[in-house]
Design a protein around this ligand. Sequence first.
Ligand code: DAK
Length: 260
Amino acid sequence: MKSSNIQVDTDQRTMRITIDRPKSLNALNTRTIEELSQAIDQAASDDEIRVVVITGAGDKAFVAGADIAEIQALDENGIRAFGDLGHATMNKIQHLGKPVIAAVNGYALGGGCELALACTLRIASDNALIGLPEITLGIIPGFGGTQRLTRITGSGRSLEMMLTGKPISAQKALDWGLFNQVVGQQDLASATHKLAAHLAKSAPRAMRSIIDAVNQGMDLPLEDGLKIEKDQFIKICRTKDMREGTTAFLEKRKAVFRGV
Ligand code: DAK
């Protein structure tokens, strides 16, 4: 794909998207979010792609936020449009139905934190700092941070992060369940690759069902969530991959999942 603010590489069923504006610590301007959104559309429509990785260029930042210079210049209509674009893109990532791994290689602030929160899994280098510092600019998180952070960490911790604006360390984010894994800076690429390669071999339709069940059930009463799980289970039992997975186990061999 021809883009100027992101790089997209596809290899071994994994699409790797690198936000590439290192001079502004990979801050998200409108164009970058549009390009990111297009790349996610491409990942959605290509059955060969089973996993997406999102990271930032350079070794300092994942994404340092929305582009502050751009948002400062927006009028009210522009603010609305920017918010709509951001929400639509983060929702697209959350509901892609394929695992999206945020490889957090440094600052993940404001819109960068919100981008990581929209991803399915988050793996970070030990120098990462994650937070929602919008309050220091006199604004509030606007790409889903007030909602997604609270759902992951609970309201006590998310309110502390949003009201103080202070980012937290990778280790603390791991302890709070915000990061799934923290590794040394030099090991982030290999650890991400290992996780992506593992997921790329998993049954795609079952992964989609798991992601959908979690997304749909998260905010529902338990009984309603269990019904969603049951419906997904019945659906997954109609797939050839279910036959393949169970047969492979009984034949004592590795399953080869085709996503059908
Ligand atoms: N936007 C634009 N440029 C940025 C930037 C950002 N978020 N973050 C860094 N940069 C630029 C810096 O201005 C600097 O540019 P030059 O001066 O070299 O031209 C360059 O990147 C390097 O940054 P520093 O010189 O500041 O580097 P340091 O190592 O000293 O500091 C830092 C790194 C990450 C601590 C610092 O850069 C920083 O505090 N950055 C801002 C972090 C931040 O506040 N992020 C939240 C942004 S607000 C909306 C929905 C959502 C949003 C907005 C609207 N709607 C619904 C409408 C989202 C808002 C945000 O994310």
